[in-house]
Every structure is written in structure tokens, then in C-alpha cells.
Ligand binder design. Sequence first.
Ligand SMILES: *Cc1c(COP(=O)(O)O)cnc(C)c1O
Length: 461
Amino acid sequence: MREEKIPYKIYLSESEMPKQWYNVRADMKNKPAPLLDPVTKEPMTAAELEKVFCSELVKQELDDTNAYIDIPEEILDFYKMYRPAPLVRAYCLEKHLNTPAKIYYKFEGNNTSGSHKLNSAIAQAFYAKKQGLKGVTTETGAGQWGTALSMACAYLGLDCRVFMVKVSYEQKPFRREVMRTYGASVTPSPSVTTAVGRKILAEHPGTTGSLGCAISEAVETATSMEGYRYVLGSVLSQVLLHQTIIGLETKAAMDKYNITPDVIIGCAGGGSNLGGFISPFMGEKLRGEKDYRFIAVEPETCPSLTRGKYVYDYCDTGRICPLSKMYTLGAGYIPAGTHAGGLRYHGMSSIVSQLYDDGLMEAVSVPQTSVFAAAQEFARVEGILPAPESSHAIRVAMDEAIRCRETGEEKTILFCLTGTGYFDLVAYGRYNDGEMTDTVPTDADIMKGLAGIPRFPGNEI
Ligand SMILES: *Cc1c(COP(=O)(O)O)cnc(C)c1O
């Protein structure tokens, strides 16, 4: 029988919404390793980082000690336009799976960008504006991050320049037009507007571009123009910090009804949504107050946690950003053309990497056909059309619930539904036509990527 007390959707009132982000690094015994200068291999100083990133964000990036960081009033006001995000009890999915498990999901797709990325985009744009900057630059592949950033910049009156990988620019005109509607300038990369772009075009005429190339163009633009900085949508600790709004809201909503999750599941691209989602729960585990199982889910084609190495590596294929110690497949690793664009990053947040290395969480990788099967089942019973990235978490949550059906365990399963899939209908079409296939990278494929990891004393593979 259903416990009538727990509503389908649990919302927080405005006054119950979190007013601080939680910095899990403060409670970690083993801190994530510092960013290194790619040339000297010395830890990056604040002064060096401030040439590329906004000052306040550099402070957050380097902060291993303050557990709570106030969310500025202006950001709280922006959050109120699309938050709190609902925590949903998946009654229909439970019934469909005939499981004794209780399933909850936090839905982050309730804004025009269609994903959690807006949580950090508004924070990064706010600090840029506060610093008196004119604008920010970034790269985007599939387009979710560029869309979120263009929304945040429009709100604050900040110039937003997005370098979009040329192949996506041509193949995904809808996301491009959303960004332009919000006032961003969107340039297909490589372009003639930067020296690095002109060089790449001269060497490879007709190239369709890459994320690494787009990053290089965005960084060059930011560092060569007065009043501009570069911003990034995942991986960095500052981004994970902003994303803790997801976990803090979830925990507040669960505490309100005395619900304690047993298993907490999230998809992992650069690790910011997962890290932000699990942070408050992980904090309790680190402080010895409670125990939870945490599961990171990654695509079989890009298995940084499950098959990568924990070493210092380049964050970008252009090899101009600082080195980060993380689980990585190598910056030159090219995943097979799977449809979860947001999970195709070669590395992982240094915080998530350290927590995983310390045995505090688990990771699994899943094939995309099983992910789309879960997405379709979920859409049919819960109504929401999930993003392929988010559906990685759905897959593993469903598998856990099915296991509970077999064992009779009444576990409480919690996962993060990071976004919606309206711009991924070509992928859904492939799946519906039975044309989607799975590719498992061979050990040789993995070794080829790992071979590009920089070698220096203390950084052996
Ligand atoms: C970008 C994206 C992800 C990956 O998020 P990370 O925080 O980088 O792990 C997951 N889901 C959706 C919908 C995304 O847009």
C-alpha cells in the first residue's frame, strides 16, 4: 500500500531553500590534488588563475577549508525563477517495475536550458558582472552549457561569446538559435576570428572542429580582449560547488518527510552534477554520521572512472588549461560517436576522483542501447522525456529497483534526473528505428588515449 503522506512531488517553500552552497572538500580527509601549471608542474597560484578566470571563482576553486559559502542574494533571486526543483516520488515507475523499492528523483530539467547547468552558469556570470567585466567566453559541444550561459548573461546584461564545435553548429541549429535568441554570439569553431582558429583552418581546411579547438578559441578570445574571462561548465571544483544546490534541496526535502535514501545515483560527465547532488550526503558519510551507497554512472564508450587512470592530465585537448589530477582516459581519447554528448568528457572532477579513489563511492558503465531502453520506459510511465545523459542514472536506478523485486528489499533509491531530451530526438529516432548499436572500447583503444598523458616524476601510469 502506498504511504499517502509522501506526495508525488515534494517542493520546498522559498524560505526553506538553501542559502549557502556546501563545500565537501572541507570534510574530506584527503583533499583533491591542486591544479598544476602545465609547463612548470608547480601548483597554480591565485594570481595565475585570475588571468583566465574571475577572481571570486578562483577563490572558490582554491578553497579546501570553508564548509559553507553564502549564495549571493542576486543568485538566490535568479534561482527562485526556476527553483526549487521538484523531488519526485516515482510511484508510476515503482508500480511499472512491480518493486518494493521506493524510488525518488530530483528533476533539474525545469528551465529553458533543459539541464542543471544553469545553476553554475548564473553563478559564474554573476561573479563576472560583479568584477566589472564586459563579457565571458566559452565553448559548447552539444549546446546545453552554451544555452545555460547565454540565459544567465542575458539576465545580467553581460556579453556572451560561444564557440560551438562546427559539426554541432551545423547539425544542431535549434540549440544555436536558442542561444542567439538569448543574445549570445555563436561562432562555429574553428573560425577566422582567432589566431588558433586561422592556424587550424590553414592546416586542416574543411575540418568540422573539436571541443579542444573550441576551448582554445574561447580561451584566446578571453585572454586577448579587455574585460573578458573564460568560463567552464563542469569538471572544476567551483562548478561542483554551485551544483550542491541540487543536493542541498534534495536533502532538505527528504528531511522534511523523514526519508533516508539507501542508494544515491547520478550520471557522470565531468562530475559536477553528480558531485553537487551527493555532496551533502557524502558530508554526513565523511563525518561518520550516516552511511550511504553512491553510484556514478558513465557511458561504456567513455569510462573514465571504471577504466581510466588516476593521474595528472590535461583538461582540454588543446592542452592549454592547467593540469588536473583526476580519473582520465587521456585528453586525446576520442569516444565512439554515442548520443550522450554531455558524458563524452575524457576526465572527471578532481573531487569526485578523490572520493572514488578513497573507496567512498562506486562507479559503473552502461551501454547506450540499455540506456535508451530505460529512457523509453521511464518516459512512458513517468511522462518526462529524459536527456540521454540523465538516462544513464535512470538505467542504474531501475536495475537497483529490479534487484529489490527479486530480493524483496524495500530500499529507498534516489537519483538525479539532470535534464530533458527534446534536442536529442535524432538519437531517439535511431533507437526507435532499431539502428542504435553499442561500442565497447578495446584495451588498445584505452591504451592509446592513456599514452597521451603527460609523464613527469610522480606522474607515472
Ligand atoms: C552536461 C550534462 C550532463 C553532465 O553533467 P556533468 O556535471 O558534467 O557530469 C548530464 N546531463 C545533462 C542533461 C547535461 O546537459
